[in-house]
Design a protein around this ligand. Sequence first.
Ligand SMILES: [Co+2]
Length: 444
Amino acid sequence: MAAQAPTDELKKLNISDDAKASGNANGKTDAPKNGDLNQDEDDSEDEAEGAADATATAAKKKKKRKPKKKKKAPTEQSDPPRVLISQLFRNNTYPKGEEVEYTDENRYRTTSEEKRHLDNLNSEFLVDYRHAAEAHRQTRQWARKFIQPGKTLLEIADGIEDSVRALVGHQGLEEGDALKAGMGFPTGLSINHCAAHYNPNAGNKIVLKEDDVLKVDIGVHVNGRIVDSAFTLAWNPRYDPLLEAVKAATNEGVKQAGIDARLGEIGGHIQEVMESYEIELNGTTYPIKSIRNLNGHTINHYSIHGSKSVPIVKSNNNDKMEEGDVFAIETFGSTGKGVVYEDGEVSHYAKRGDASKVDLRLSSAKALLRVIDKNFGTLPFCRRYLDRLGQDKYLLGLNNLVNNGIVEQYPPLVDQKGSYTAQFEHTVLIRPTVKEVISRGEDF
Ligand SMILES: [Co+2]
């Protein structure tokens, strides 16, 4: 999910970034830990076995060859993905992300006993993060094949979200279940000049087209540890330079990230890479611009937007990255103006971490707030997530919560009509010993 930088125009419309910054996940840290996950793992073992036809066939073959080995749990993912990640990777041992050693004066950290000790104290955090990241990778591996022109945005959103929930073993239909693991935020499916925060509300009729450029922004959380990672798909090769530029710019940001790195300087490096590309469309050459009012951001426990932001243009932000920070490094390139504004029907919302107690007079708002507290806490949600909980006619109450400053809305963010935008994003853990690009996969 993108963080918006308050530019001059936006400042008039928006609350400042500081006010947006949410501290802790007040009272939402009571999500049950591994015990419960293991419970679910056992319950759904049979179900997962039945679902995986391909897996069953593969296992049969194996059986013929090695009759001694008894088939137990599935060892490979199904299509669509429905086998628990915790079944594919036992004993809380999930694949690592890309670990990168620190450089220069921080080089000592890789082997430092003290820093290793700090790292070990944080093992639960790492297990949850790697678990969520593997669910992200396996979901997007499937989504890359599934998402094709002709599919509706609703089919795509449901397909991705059903997969994420199945892989972490939490459907999120009972109170509190979505807080244990599941969607970290609504799936962003933003087309062409729309850069971010588009998710189809119920009844949406949009069908993906051959010439579209689609940003797929997926959030997966386990125990409130949110992996925020996005990629862009296009079927017409004419967009290749745009996608290449943004992928390279994001990788530059990931490369520059580290302890003591200054955020404004990182923005400069990102912009330099991004704006070294251009693209020709219908005989016109367009420079590719960094979208200057979109940012990467820190991620806190149960909170997608922390207090630090990572600009994607050069800026005088002298804040530094620090040990223990979690960053979503995301960059956006555009053939348009390189500035986004809010436009269109809202789908994304989140309860503000700093929401004060307001005496709500509207009973529908009061009831809806209870639903939000019990199911999402400060995790972003969309209208469809309320629909699937059986909520209806909630718009008046929802808007009342927005107007009272309890819930923040995140409208779609668009550049100039007719332009094309692309996004790539990774989540990076600034661990005491190394930097871990937790969402890194073979695809990007
Ligand atoms: Co993000």
